[in-house]
Design a protein around this ligand. Sequence first.
Ligand SMILES: *[C@@H]1O[C@H](CO)[C@@H](O)[C@H](O)[C@H]1NC(C)=O
Ligand SMILES: *[C@@H]1O[C@H](CO)[C@@H](O)[C@H](O)[C@H]1NC(C)=O
Ligand SMILES: *[C@@H]1O[C@H](CO)[C@@H](O)[C@H](O)[C@H]1NC(C)=O
Length: 496
Amino acid sequence: MLLCNCLPSAVLFLSCCLPTLISNVVAFNSDDVNQSSQKFGQTEAQNQIILDVGEIVFVIQSQSNSFHKKRAEDLKENILKQAAVSSKKLPEVLLIDELEPSQSAWTIFPAIPYFADSYGRNSSWIFFCEEETTINLSKLLMTLQKFQKSKNWFLGKALHDEESTIIHHYAFTENPSVFKYPDFAAGWALSMPLVKRLYDVLRRDPPSSDFTIDLKHEIALYIWKKLDGQELTHVKQFCSSTSSKAAECATTFNSGLPVCGSPVQKEDIFVAIKTCKKFHKDRIPVVKKTWERQAVHYEYYSDYADNTIPTTDLRIPNVERGHCGKTFAILERFMKLYFERTTWLIIVDDDTLISLPRLQKLLSCYNPHEAVFLGERYGYGLQAGGYNYITGGGGMVFSREAVRKLMNSKCQCYSNDAPDDMVLGMCFSSLGITPTHSPLFHQARPADYAKDYLAHQIPVSFHKHWNIDPIKVYYKWLAQDEEKQQHRQRNMKHEL
Ligand SMILES: *[C@@H]1O[C@H](CO)[C@@H](O)[C@H](O)[C@H]1NC(C)=O
Ligand SMILES: *[C@@H]1O[C@H](CO)[C@@H](O)[C@H](O)[C@H]1NC(C)=O
Ligand SMILES: *[C@@H]1O[C@H](CO)[C@@H](O)[C@H](O)[C@H]1NC(C)=O
C-alpha cells in the first residue's frame, strides 16, 4: 500500500507554497513590538495599525476531489480579492489538501511544524476555515485585533456536548458540557505564539490515539491537555449560520445541501444493505417503515435467505464484526449484475438511517466517471503513515468508476472479519484514490453530536438504533416533508 511521508519535505513545500510578500509594516510584527506596553482593549483605531491582513495565514480545509477543489479555490480567490482592497501585503491562503503529508495534513497536527517554521516570524494568526465558510475580511481583522497577538489564543465558535458520546470516547462523562471545542464551519484561529508552543509539545508528546474521528474535539482536547489547560475562547463574531445577528458576524456558513444540477435519478443508485439473520426481525422492519420506499434498486445481503424480506444469502459465514468478506462479495455482485445499469453504489448497515432524496441531490455535485469514494472520513494511524477511510455506519458511496478500479486491483480482505471500511480505505489509499469527506453522513446518532453543530446541517445519514426510537429519529432528521405528512396520516388512521 501507498504510505505517506511522515516528515514534510522542504522541497515539496517550497514548490507548492509561494512565499508571502514581505510586509510594509514589518515594524509592527509581534516580534518587534513591546506588547506588554499595549493594554488589551485599547481603541480599535490604535489597534488597526497593529494587525495587517498580511499577517494572517488562511488555511482552507480543502479536498482534492474536483468539486471540492473548485469550492476551495473560489474561496481563496474571494479572500485575496477582499485583501487586495485594504492591504498592500496579501495574506497567504493555503489549501490543506496541497500540504504534506498529503494523507494527513487535514488533521492539522502534521502541518503545525510547517506553519511554525514558515510563518512563525512573519505572521500573527493562522485562521482555519472550511470551503463553505464565508469571510468578511475587514470584520475578521477587527475581530482578531481585539486579541493581543503576542499571547496564546485559541479562538472559535464554541460547541459543547450535551451528553457524553462515543465519538468523543465518552470524555467528561460527569459533565460533558464543561468542555468547549470549535465549530470548524465558523472558522477558528490560533495565534502564532500558540502555534509555536504546540509545535514544541507535538515534538515531545504527539497525539497518542490511532484514530481520527472528530477532529475538532480531538484538537481542542489535545491543546487543553498538553498546553496547561489552554481553553477555547468563544468568539461571537465567528458564526456558523446566517442568523438574525449576521451584522456582527465576521464569518458565516453556507449550510444548504450542495446541489449542482438536477438530482441523480433514483434509478442510478444501487443500495446494498448489510444484515444478518439475528437482525432480520428488529432492524429490517425499521428500514421498511422508513427509507426503503425511496429506493428503486436495493438488496438485503445476509447469511440467511429469508423470502419475506427478501434477503440474498451471500454464502459468507456471518462474523461478529468487520464483515469484510460480506462487503467484498457485495462489490463483486454489483460488478456482475448492476454495473451496467447504475452509476452509484451505496453500502449501508441494517441500522443506518438515510435520506436517499438528499443523497440524489448531493451526488449531482460529483462526477461518476471519476473514482469517487464518499461519506464520513475517519483516519487511522495518521501520525505514522496511516490512511483515511469512509466509516461504514454512515454509508459508503462509490462511483461506478471507483468500484471498477477497486475490483481490478488485487486488493482484498485479509480475513472475513476484518473491518470492511478500514480495508477499503487501505485499498483506495494504495490505488491513490482519496476518500471524499462529507460531514452530512454520520457514524453515530443525532444525540452524539452537538446541537449547534447539527443546526447548520442538512444531514444525509445517521447510524445506530441504540437507546433511541429509530423511526422517530428518521422522521425528525431525515424525512422529506411529503414523507412526514404521509407518516402522520398513517399514524392517525392507526389511532382511529
Ligand atoms: C519571513 O520573514 C523573513 C525575514 O524576517 C524572510 O526572510 C522570509 O522570506 C519571510 N517569509 C515569508 C514566507 O514571507
Ligand atoms: C515593555 O514596556 C513595559 C511598560 O512600558 C516596560 O516596563 C518593559 O520594560 C518593556 N519591555 C521591553 C522588553 O522593552
Ligand atoms: C463586510 O462588512 C461590512 C460591514 O457590514 C460591509 O460594509 C462590507 O461590504 C462587507 N464586505 C464584504 C466583502 O462582504
